[in-house]
Design a protein around this ligand. Structure first.
Ligand code: PMP
Length: 351
């Protein structure tokens, strides 16, 4: 007997970080920003007329796309927006990765890439990072149906040199190369400067980290006009109304407040450097971070045991039970106060 379950697409889903529903926790496990969004976002929220909700939002996401284009000083036809960068990247996989050859990405990287590839039936090859978790650019010069690289990479926190990125884009003219810049505002050099030079480049950004708006779900991509047109064709074949009226207004308000944005990004970088040094003093190996998180290997205690003990104390960090990185913890940079609580507790635990 046939069963409807025979026709189900069976996939192993992505596992997001835990969102504890209790108060008074130190939550440094999902690379959220510890600071609130810009005061201009609060203002836009207050000024939003709920009456607008009766109408569909602008399918072109015009106001936000124009604000992003103006911010980066590019043409609005070079910008695509979606429901967080997850939506943008998923859409890009669907649009550009349709060849017979496998797409390439590192073995240690954002763990959604292989999930999308499996969901969409895209072949992929995971290229091992070097022993020190860096990318060897020459490894990406081989037959492929596309490339995606997170820069800075996650969960390693390490940025790839812009010359190496350009080398990969330049030597793969027949593939779309996606550079996922979720963390670029915290370090590293953006590939945005290359979009006018290479028609096979798509740079993806998010409001979730540096703009403190993970809950609003805004992501965008920048590329040549052709690449953006193809992305929009797929978007309009799937869901034309991605961002809500409200979200569009909030996004515009955020991008117009550059001073606030720079201020909180700088604060996070300062805290990152301070607490990276503190962890090193406790004997941790801490990778050189260009992001809003630290990737650190404890000493004197196993990473999993430390993760569990911190959790018991209501301090949430991220542990990946995955070969090569199962001795590390990924610690998002919180406020100085939160980071100090973390350090004090680690000291208490390791004695
Ligand atoms: N890319 C990377 C490398 C990430 O770590 C994340 C956050 N989980 C995302 C993309 C997606 O972020 P968002 O959908 O919130 O924009």
């Amino acid at each position: 007997m046939n069963c409807w379950k025979d026709n189900v697409k069976k996939v192993v889903p992505y596992t997001p970080g835990e969102q504890p529903q209790i108060k008074n926790v130190v939550k440094i496990n999902t690379n959220e920003n510890p600071y609130p969004p810009s005061p201009k976002v609060y203002e836009a929220m207050k000024n939003f007329d709920a009456d607008n909700l009766k109408k569909y939002p602008d399918p072109l996401i015009g106001k936000l796309i124009e604000a992003i284009a103006e911010y980066h000083n590019i043409d609005k036809d070079m910008v695509f927006a979606g429901v967080g960068s997850d939506d943008v990247i998923g859409m890009a996989f669907l649009t550009f990765f349709n060849g017979d050859k496998p797409i390439l990405f590192p073995d240690i990287t954002y763990s959604f890439y292989d999930v999308w590839a499996d969901l969409f039936g895209i072949k992929y090859e995971q290229i091992p990072l070097l022993e020190d978790f860096t990318i060897r650019k020459e490894d990406y010069i081989r037959e492929n149906g596309g490339i995606i690289i997170a820069n800075p990479n996650a969960p390693t926190s390490i940025a790839l040199d812009i010359d190496d990125i350009e080398y990969i884009i330049k030597n793969n003219p027949s593939s779309v190369v996606i550079i996922d810049e979720a963390y670029i505002d915290f370090g590293g050099v953006s590939a945005l400067g290359l979009v006018n030079k290479y028609d096979n480049l798509l740079v993806v950004r998010t409001f979730s980290k540096s703009r403190s708006m993970a809950g609003a779900r805004i992501g965008y991509a920048v590329g040549c006009k052709d690449i953006i047109k193809y992305l929009n064709d797929v978007k309009y074949s799937y869901n034309s109304y991605t961002l809500s009226n409200l979200t569009i207004d909030l996004g515009v308000a955020s991008i117009k407040d550059d001073e606030y944005f720079r201020n909180i990004v700088n604060k996070i970088i300062e805290t990152r450097e301070k607490y990276s040094a503190e962890l090193k003093k406790l004997g941790f190996t801490v990778l050189d971070s260009s992001s809003n998180f630290l990737f650190a290997k404890p000493s004197g205690i196993n990473a999993y045991d430390l993760f569990e003990e911190l959790k018991r104390r209501n301090i949430f960090v991220r542990y990946f039970n995955k070969q090569r990185i199962n001795e590390y913890l990924r610690i998002s940079v919180g406020t100085d106060k939160e980071m100090q609580i973390l350090i004090d507790n680690i000291k208490d635990i390791i004695g």
